[in-house]
Design a protein around this ligand. Structure first.
Ligand code: UDP
Length: 322
């Protein structure tokens, strides 16, 4: 298939673009490089630099594309709380421009990077796709709005859309000549921050909140390896059905606390990794764990890599990237 990958210069978009190329697809990446890196675009993909508003239609029109994988987004919860307008304009505005360009160019399949943040504070665990969506920050709200737009474009314009609601993505692609991983300028995520301590770049890791109603008092999350996440995108592409919008959670279905994650990082790196208690980070739900039954039963997806594999691959990538 010929595929447009928006945000293919970012962490997840870059990994999935590489997997798509290896599966034999033709890949064009559209990315404005506002947070991505040109050298994260995998070899074999063509990079078009620009925003979706500027460039989506020009790229898609007459290009004979079969589908779009839409990763491009602003994705920092804290920043979204400080600058909601930026998130609405960028995430929703750019996505609507993309959908409009797809309609005009006659491209009718899209796989979209949605998020567990669309659910907000869950009423029960694990989270089902049918559970209420009450995002607690603008990031989650903008992603939910895009899911809603996709449902409408499916119903009213015949688009086939699949929203994949990611839980906590970690790990790296280390596959022969393909090496792709997390390189955020501003790093907020737990595993890369813990590994920075093992690399000697920081003295200790901050543990945001030890008084949550969880077994060890720290937040529990569902971690998924980026390579397993990418495999789900290939299945989702095949599952796109004109006129239908589908939503699937994408997590392993297991919860690990912040303390447990740090412990696995100590075991993998052999470094003591001092951890310091800090106040809770605003907007963090205590427990976010996916039910991944729907994607397992309907698309036949099965995660193959556990938390230790995620940490080991992230560690290997971090050491190589130094
Ligand atoms: N966290 C932490 N220290 C850090 C980064 C994150 O204690 O340096 C905690 C954070 O409060 C949350 C969990 O680790 O409970 C996962 O956070 P992350 O930012 O990786 O993902 P999120 O769940 O927010 O998408």
């Amino acid at each position: 298939m010929k595929l447009l990958v928006t945000g293919g210069a970012g962490y997840i978009g870059g990994v999935v673009a590489a997997q798509l190329l290896d599966a034999g697809h033709e890949v064009v990446v559209l990315d404005d490089l506002s947070t991505g890196h040109a050298d994260s675009v995998p070899e074999g993909a063509r990079l078009v630099r620009g925003t979706l508003r500027e460039a989506a239609f020009d790229v898609l029109d007459g290009g004979n594309f079969d589908a779009v994988l839409h990763f491009a987004a602003r994705s920092l919860v804290g920043e979204s709380v400080e600058k909601p307008g930026l998130y609405w304009d960028s995430n929703l505005g750019e996505s609507l421009a993309l959908l409009d360009a797809m309609r005009r160019a006659g491209v009718d399949r899209i796989v979209f990077s949605s998020t567990a943040a669309t659910y907000g504070e869950p009423e029960s665990t694990p989270i089902l796709e049918t559970d209420p969506t009450r995002p607690t920050n603008p990031y989650g709200a903008t992603k939910l709005a895009i899911d809603t737009a996709l449902a409408e474009y499916a119903r009213l314009h015949g688009i086939g859309g699949v929203s994949l609601r990611y839980f906590n993505v970690a790990g790296a692609l280390l596959d022969g000549r393909r090496v792709q991983g997390e390189r955020h300028t501003v790093e907020t995520h737990l595993i890369p921050n813990v590994l920075k301590v093992a690399l000697g770049e920081r003295e200790s890791v901050k543990v945001f909140g030890e008084d949550y109603p969880t077994p060890d008092g720290t937040c529990v999350r569902d971690y998924i390896h980026v390579v397993d996440l990418g495999a789900a995108h290939l299945l989702a592409l095949d599952a796109c059905e004109p006129g239908v919008h589908q939503i699937f959670n994408l997590g392993n279905g297991n919860g690990f606390s912040v303390r447990e994650v740090i412990e696995v990082c100590r075991e993998v790196t052999g470094h003591p990794i001092p951890a310091e208690p800090h106040p809770r980070r605003p907007g963090d739900p205590a427990v976010l764990v996916a039910s991944s039954e729907k994607i397992r039963s309907q698309l036949g997806w099965k995660p193959e890599r556990d938390l230790r594999a995620m940490v080991a691959d992230a560690w290997e990538f971090a050491r190589r990237a130094r």
